[in-house]
Every structure is written in C-alpha cells, then in structure tokens.
Design a binder for this molecule. Structure first.
Ligand SMILES: C[S@@+](CC[C@H](N)C(=O)[O-])C[C@H]1O[C@@H](n2cnc3c(N)ncnc32)[C@H](O)[C@@H]1O
Length: 199
C-alpha cells in the first residue's frame, strides 16, 4: 500500500467520527478565530484542497457554481455531499487532479487544517499556477514537530514528517505564520495577519 493509500484509508475511517470529534468547544473556538482572519479573503471562485467534510462551506457563503472541493477520501467526501448537496466535488489527490486538469484558475485556494501537509513537495508551486492574478491562497501545513497523533501510528508520523519540506514552503510562498498547530502559507498581506514572522 502506498503512503497516499494509507492516508486515504485513515481518513475514510476517521470520516465516520470526524465532525463529532471537531465539534468540541475548543475546536469551534479555533474555527471562529481562523475564519475571522480568512473569511474576508474567501471571494470569487474557490478551490478547496483536501476539503474533507466541508468546513469551508460551514463558515463561508460560497455559491455552488463557484466551488470545487478536491479530496482523495471517499468517506470524507460522502459526508461533505450529504451536508452540502449540489457542490462540486472530485475524489482525487491535489497532485493527480492538477495533472489531469492543468488549466483552470481560481480566485481563492484553500488547504485547511493540515490538508497540504499530504501534498508531494513537487506540487507546492503548482498551487500558485492555479491562482488567478488577483487571487489569494491560504494553506495550513502542520507546524514543525506537530502531527495529529490520535489518528496515526508513530511510523505514519515519521513518514509524514519526512515529506513536509519547511524550507521549500518558506521559499515558495509569500508569507508564513503560525496559527495554533499549523504553519500557514498565504499571500494575504502581512498587515491582515496576526503574526508577520516567518517560521
Ligand atoms: C485534517 S483533514 C482537513 C479537512 C478539511 N480541510 C477541514 O479543515 O476540516 C485533511 C484532509 O486532506 C485530505 N488529503 C490527504 N491527502 C491529500 C492530497 N494529496 N490531496 C488533497 N487532499 C488530501 C484528507 O483526505 C483529509 O480529508
């Protein structure tokens, strides 16, 4: 089984309890803080990478025709589809989708709560190729040293840490800052971010 297949199997299983797990008050407070920063920049067409069960749509008004969610986990996508019927979803990794559909551009590109941590590092720069000229991106990688240990074995965590390239994140993307357990890479201007320093 490839590492990506293993990640998909883990999320297919976690999908059954994902929303219940993240309904705790502490996570909701984290969401509210996140979308205070992010929501003013969620505009136009939205590409939601690793969209999971649809958190973006729970906190933002996005028209059906303006939204595309990409995720390799069928379990996560079926929860998304039942909560937000009629929104377009593609079951795929970002990397595979990007190769299959290399032209489309989006005004907003999101990768929330760790989703970009699973991308091949070769695909980081592809996110920028998908952005329309005045568009904004907001990618939340797990911060250095953090991985959601409750769903992974120690071996998974070691493999995943090997994959995330923090130097490349800092050199590829415009601004980075730490938000709770995440290293956010974004082109939202620094003055609108809670912390302007590089990780
Ligand atoms: C921690 S969840 C976050 C889900 C959602 N963004 C949220 O904030 O609730 C990470 C998601 O990334 C997806 N994922 C894993 N590998 C991926 C890849 N290569 N491309 C796109 N999404 C991926 C997983 O299936 C999972 O749904």
């Amino acid at each position: 089984m490839s590492e990506q297949d293993r990640v998909q199997a883990i999320y297919d299983e976690f999908a059954k309890t994902y929303d219940e797990h993240y309904s705790a008050d502490s996570f909701k407070e984290e969401d509210v803080e996140l979308f205070k920063i992010l929501s003013p920049w969620v505009r136009g067409t939205v590409l939601d990478l690793g969209c999971g069960t649809g958190l973006t749509l729970a906190y933002n008004q996005v028209a059906k025709e303006d939204y595309l969610g990409i995720d390799p986990s069928e379990g996560m996508l079926s929860k998304h589809a039942s909560k937000f019927p009629g929104y377009s979803l593609v079951q795929s990794t970002f990397e595979e989708w990007d190769k299959a559909q290399p032209e489309a551009k989006y005004d907003t590109i999101l990768g929330l709560y760790g989703a970009p941590s699973y991308f091949d590092k070769e695909s980081y720069a592809r996110v920028l190729e998908r952005l329309s000229p005045k568009g904004h991106y907001f990618l939340m990688f797990y911060k250095p040293g953090y991985f959601p240990a409750h769903i992974y074995t120690p071996e998974d965590i070691e493999a995943a840490k090997e994959r995330i390239d923090y130097d490349l994140i800092n050199s590829t993307f415009e601004n980075t800052f730490i938000f709770t357990s995440y290293l956010v890479a974004t082109n939202i201007p620094k003055e609108y971010l809670p912390i302007g320093n590089k990780a």
